[in-house]
Design a protein around this ligand. Structure first.
Ligand SMILES: [Zn+2]
Ligand SMILES: [Zn+2]
Ligand SMILES: [Zn+2]
Length: 359
């Protein structure tokens, strides 16, 4: 399989308007490789504003887990918010120049009190606390103001992924619009639901868990082809699964989602958090073993809490997208919107699945 050259355009099954060019020809390098970051593995850095003992160097604590004195996870206002308080004067709308006031909240979650710890090194208990912190703060923000239409939680690791402070942290941006990526997923999955009466993400999981499909010849009844369709599962827990998307935009992209249908991350239960933490830790450990030190982003896509999406609870399925940044998109990709993957997603999934993380 690894030697077979793949050259095909794959349609994203969730958002069919997006597609990916998988081109694995040897020597085919349309994308420049992104640098691996030198890891700062120090536990404590005297001058780091996010390290313990420097709490007065950040804006005031919004929330701390388990408590402010002994925090393991701490949420603070972002010092340089991209969205902020209402301005007296709203933007001027003129003709084709339409503006929405940049109202919203921008907060930083200090993921851990250990400065240089990687996600795969965090304990399952800690990751559970971290995901619990995401859930609590998202809920509070949605409740704080009905004008906030979407709360996005994401993490940047490494300068190319946008992280400006090396201390491990994630961010929350609560915004007055639903971002386009989420709208596309929500709208297309709603269309799929109307047609098939099933959630497209659930269909995708079902397909991924069906290990093999046999295609028979209609006339002779002979086996024409056996297709290995379960080749995208990277990690599976009791309640969560990590899947390598068939049409991955990034070579090592992996999506983690609940095995049973759930549209809203805010409805995640305590037992779910435990399994999510486990699947996340194991997935990140697999990525570390295969593409050690790669810069990455991850972000949560949950059903927007805005009124117009109230009827999407059956059709949308929340998920966490992990996008390692191993190469730099080129003009071809920016100009066409067609992402190029130089590794076949099947091959990448196999490498991630086969690597030994238990010894
Ligand atoms: Zn630090
Ligand atoms: Zn579903
Ligand atoms: Zn998504």
């Amino acid at each position: 399989m690894a030697d077979d050259i793949v050259r095909e355009i794959r349609i994203n099954p969730i958002v069919p308007s997006e597609s990916v060019l998988v081109a694995t020809a040897r020597g085919m390098r349309p994308r420049k490789q992104e640098e691996v970051v030198k890891r700062d593995g120090r536990e404590h850095v005297e001058t780091c504003p996010f390290c313990k003992g420097n709490e007065d160097k950040t804006p005031a604590t919004i929330a701390a887990f388990p408590n402010e004195a002994n925090w393991k996870v701490r949420i603070v206002e972002n010092l340089f918010p991209v969205l902020g308080d209402d301005k007296e004067e709203t933007g001027i709308n003129f003709g084709l120049q339409q503006v929405i006031n940049g109202y919203g909240r921008h907060e930083v979650i200090i993921d851990h009190d250990n400065h240089g710890i990687s996600v795969y090194e965090m304990s399952e208990d800690h990751l559970q606390t971290l995901f619990g912190a995401y859930r609590q703060r998202m809920a509070e923000l949605y409740e704080s103001d009905p004008r906030l239409k979407y709360v996005l939680v994401f993490k940047n690791f490494g300068p190319a992924a946008g992280a400006s402070i090396p201390h491990t942290h994630s961010q929350i941006i609560a915004m007055p619009v639903v971002p386009e990526n989420v709208i596309n997923e929500v709208e297309y999955s709603r269309q799929y639901y109307r047609k098939h009466n099933q959630c497209v993400f659930c269909s995708l999981i079902d397909e991924a868990l069906t290990y093999e499909a046999t295609i028979y010849d209609r006339e002779s009844g002979e086996v024409r082809r056996k297709v290995n369709v379960g080749q995208y599962v990277v990690e599976k827990g009791e309640r969560f699964v990590a899947i390598k998307p068939f049409a991955s935009r990034y070579e090592w992209e992996v999506h983690i989602m609940p095995l049973t249908h759930q549209s809203d991350f805010l409805e995640i239960k305590h037992e779910d958090l435990q399994d999510l933490a486990r699947v996340m830790k194991r997935t990140m450990a697999r990525l570390e073993k295969v593409i050690g030190g790669a810069q990455f982003n991850f972000f949560l896509h949950s059903v927007p809490r805005a009124e117009e999406y109230e009827n999407c609870t059956e059709s949308f399925h929340w998920h966490l997208e992990v996008c390692p940044r191993t190469s730099i998109p080129t003009g071809f990709e920016l100009g066409s919107g067609l992402f190029v993957s130089t590794i076949s997603p099947e091959d990448a999934a196999k490498q991630l699945r086969d690597v030994d993380i238990d010894s």
